[in-house]
Design a protein around this ligand. Structure first.
Ligand code: ADE
Length: 243
């Protein structure tokens, strides 16, 4: 998968390029990640990318022209021969909530352009003309879209075939089956008087599976009951919840 990010702060993306699963996906060629800086498409001495808002008010707004050119460059950078034009996703608190399903769907694109804004926002005309989808990573305001873009990249990389060492992992994560993940333990068996649950030492795979599912259900019910609303549980899940 090829991703190009339009950002005023390209260095921020070193954080995911140099570390962990995203770093490995890049090294192994499962992912390519490049950045395009709108400042490189300005013509004035100060390389101005923002201006005062029409109508007045505090803060600055990102100008259309450098962003439009940066997006063209970003699309071109990741476009594939004979493929559809890459989707442009703008990160903003006004976007639809980014979640597991969106991560899975985006991971199926062969190319993607992410647009990270700064300042009070981006001239609406650019959004109307160039953006296919607006996504928010939560109900709070970040100082820019970069962290949100990195969240999106990190979340979707996990669904690229071969990106996780253990192929089952993505399928077993929280949300993969609509439930929160179960608790995990490793050695030692006793830490500060707290024992690992006995069932996990039993070697009985079926008991372990049922315990994990029961834990997932109980956690989801207590922490995120909204995830269970309007959901059809299996007979086994109903039975475990009732126990
Ligand atoms: N940019 C600023 N805040 C954001 C948020 N919550 N989600 C996505 N992009 C953002």
């Amino acid at each position: 998968m090829r991703i190009s990010v339009v950002t005023l702060f390209p260095e921020m993306f070193d954080a995911i390029a140099d570390h962990g699963i995203t770093g490995r996906a890049l090294n192994e060629g499962l992912l390519s990640l490049e950045t395009v800086n709108p400042r490189d498409f300005t013509e004035d001495r100060h390389r101005t990318v923002d201006d005062r808002p029409y109508g007045g008010g505090p803060g600055m707004v990102m100008k259309v022209a450098p962003l439009a050119q940066a997006l063209t460059a970003a699309r071109r950078a990741v476009a594939g021969q004979g493929e559809a034009v890459p989707r442009v996703v703008y990160l903003s608190p006004q976007g639809k909530p980014f979640n597991h399903d969106r991560a899975v769907a985006l991971s199926r694109e062969s190319a993607l352009v992410l647009l990270a804004g700064r300042y009070e926002g981006i001239d609406e005309r650019l959004l109307e003309q160039e953006v296919d989808e607006e996504l928010s990573i939560g109900d709070y305001v970040l100082s820019g879209g970069e962290l949100a873009a990195m969240v999106v990249v990190d979340a979707l990389v996990r669904f690229l075939p071969g990106a996780l060492g253990h192929e089952q992992s993505a399928a077993e994560d929280s949300f993969a089956n609509g439930l929160l993940d179960c608790p995990h333990y490793t050695r030692p068996e006793v830490f500060a008087g707290h024992r690992v649950p006995e069932v996990l030492l039993s070697g009985d795979h079926e008991r372990v599976r049922r315990w994990r599912l029961a834990q997932s259900l109980a956690r989801t019910l207590s922490r995120r009951p909204d995830l269970l609303e309007g959901r059809q549980l299996s007979d086994e899940q109903e039975q475990l919840l009732a126990e």
